[in-house]
Design a protein around this ligand. Structure first.
Ligand code: TRP
Ligand code: SF4
Length: 550
């Protein structure tokens, strides 16, 4: 994860950082006002992605709130408890597996473009926490991406890669239990990337990432490589896998989820009759089936033709259907028309609920094996088989098992969790091109101390006002340092800082002094640990020097 060059506003945005603090002599170091159109949230993995409003990520991109699952996370990390990890996609299977002691995996990747900084630490911590909870853990160096998308030389990449890895180990990653690799030397990842590339074409990548005729081929290759990274933990066997990233990486996660499903041999749906339907037609058939008492001569055997007549006579409304997909009557009318025709053609065939397994990619042998594996009543059709005694969940499992036995991958859609970007210490975005805005994990502890002392705060103009109104902890990069890092696992401490601040008991000068000291200690301690894990890294199964040229 690289947070370089990315605006990183929190909550309502850091557009206005309060002037520097009460009791604090330095002038304000305001990072400038963000001029981005606040109505538009763009997620660009390589650009200056701006998250002006985290709520939009839920509404527009379908990211789930982390709060929805928090209560069921076993032993949640402080970043989860404090809302720093704010979003997730499909995280439930991962936390269920962790809780039940079943197989799960965590993987994230780092572009070695500069020094690892305190923003990367969030991701290191997320990987390590999942490893401690029992997940198979993977940390990868995205060297191909750094070379192709950022133009770094292999020498630069090697140097930075080592620094990322040392910090990851120093923070507690266990390289004996977990896996470290670099994209360029992982042949399995390359092979998987190649297969995944068969399922994606240029127009699609263009639409997702804004690629055009000028885009380097290797940059595109780095995308399929990342897709392979994300699915790599499932190469041996399918398992719930979480990818902790910043929200700028969400386009990658969505594509990986799509590709995972496109690689599947079989798809499981419900059906009510022998013919094939799409989702909307299916909703209509379900509705007709549920109302069979209203029209069927024999409600145990409602006929397709009876349902057809009833559907036409019925003044259906979208809300009666309970289907949000139907916005306007026109849509619904033409849908009713087509379903009516299909039902009429099916004539006397009874409507009867069943679980359908559609063959998408399986060859004849795989489809045969699937049919064989289904217990109870079943009907075989050209491209699908209908099972009458199998619930959907069992069918899913069965289909995956057959796929794996037949040489397929059986991928589960990967899950993800998203953390907030940190605000720069100078206000605005945290950017590696503005050294004062961020703290590198390699910064001299004294420099770390100084940067915190010079940071922008959410304090008031004067100490007097601060005592009266309280500070604005929610707008304060220094408070963020406490919450994201300095308070560690100590919630009580983080809460105390917050409450003392907003209650006007805490003044910025002292607050920054305390934070600066903690930062100095953290950096000194971290760097000592980095030295200690040198040997561990040299013993780890990862190539630290690339033989590549170019
Ligand atoms: N693209 C990521 C970044 O910009 C790095 C990366 C490569 C990655 N492969 C990954 C992240 C797999 C998560 C999962 O930092
Ligand atoms: Fe000031 Fe500390 Fe409050 Fe920030 S958290 S506004 S630095 S008192």
């Amino acid at each position: 994860m690289s947070e370089d060059e990315r605006p990183s506003d929190i909550g309502d945005g850091s557009a206005e950082n309060g002037s520097d603090a009460a009791g604090d002599p330095e002038p304000a170091t305001d990072g400038g006002v963000e001029t981005d159109d606040v109505d538009e949230v763009v997620l660009d993995p390589w650009g200056a992605a701006s998250v002006s409003d985290y709520r939009k990520l839920f509404e527009e991109f379908g990211i789930g709130e982390f709060d929805d699952v928090l209560a069921d996370v076993p032993n949640p990390h402080y970043l989860m408890r404090r809302g720093v990890i704010f979003g997730q996609r499909d995280y439930r299977p991962v936390m269920d597996a962790l809780r039940e002691g079943e197989e799960a995996a965590v993987l994230s990747g780092f572009m070695p473009t500069g020094d690892p900084h305190i923003g990367h630490k969030l991701v290191f911590d997320e990987i390590i926490w999942h490893q401690e909870q029992g997940a198979d853990a993977y940390g990868l160096i995205a060297d191909l991406e750094a070379h192709a998308a950022r133009g770094l030389s292999w020498d630069e990449i090697d140097e930075h890669a080592r620094d990322y890895l040392l910090s990851l180990l120093a923070l507690g990653f266990d390289p004996e239990e977990g896996d470290l690799y670099r994209q360029s030397t992982n042949r399995d990842v390359q092979d998987l990337a190649f297969e995944l590339g068969v399922e994606a074409n240029f127009s699609e990548l263009g639409a997702i990432y804004g690629f055009d005729g000028e885009t380097d081929v290797s940059h595109m290759q780095s995308v399929v490589t990342q897709m392979a990274d994300i699915l790599y933990p499932q190469l041996d066997e399918p398992k719930p896998t979480v990818i902790p990233v910043g929200p700028d990486q969400d386009p990658h996660v969505r594509l990986a989820r799509d590709l995972a499903s496109r690689m599947r041999y079989f798809g499981v749906t419900k059906a009510y009759a022998s013919f094939e339907t799409d989702e909307e037609e299916l909703a209509l058939l379900r509705h007709a089936y549920e109302n069979r008492d209203a029209y069927a001569d024999d409600p145990d055997q409602p006929r397709c033709s009876e349902a057809a007549q009833w559907l036409v006579a019925e003044q259906l409304t979208a809300s009666a259907m309970g289907a949000a997909a139907f916005h306007d009557r026109d849509d619904l009318d033409s849908l009713v028309d087509s379903v009516e025709t299909t039902l009429e053609n099916a004539g006397m065939e009874p409507l009867r609920p069943r679980t359908r397994i559609v063959n998408r990619r399986g060859d004849d042998a795989a489809f045969e094996a699937l049919i064989e594996a289904i217990d109870g009543e079943k009907r075989v059709f050209e491209g699908h088989v209908d099972a009458f005694d199998l619930d959907r969940e069992t069918a899913e499992e069965l289909a995956r098992q057959v796929e794996v036995d037949q040489g397929g991958y059986g991928f589960l859609a990967p899950s993800s969790i998203y953390h907030r970007f940190m605000t720069g210490l100078t206000g605005g975005k945290m950017s590696s091109s503005i050294p004062a805005s961020h703290i590198s994990l390699l910064d001299d502890p004294e420099d770390g101390y100084d940067k915190v002392k010079a940071a922008t705060t959410g304090g008031r103009e004067t100490a007097e006002l601060q005592r009266e109104l309280g500070g604005e902890a929610d707008e304060c990069p220094v408070y963020e340092l406490y919450a994201y890092l300095l308070a560690g696992d100590d919630d009580e401490f983080a809460t105390r800082v917050y409450e003392e601040c907003v209650g006007g008991e805490r003044l910025c000068g002292d607050c920054k002094e305390q934070a600066a000291q903690l930062m100095r200690e953290f950096l000194a301690d971290h760097q000592e640990k980095r030295d200690e894990v040198e040997e561990l890294l040299d013993a780890a199964d990862i190539e630290l020097e690339s033989p590549r040229r170019g």
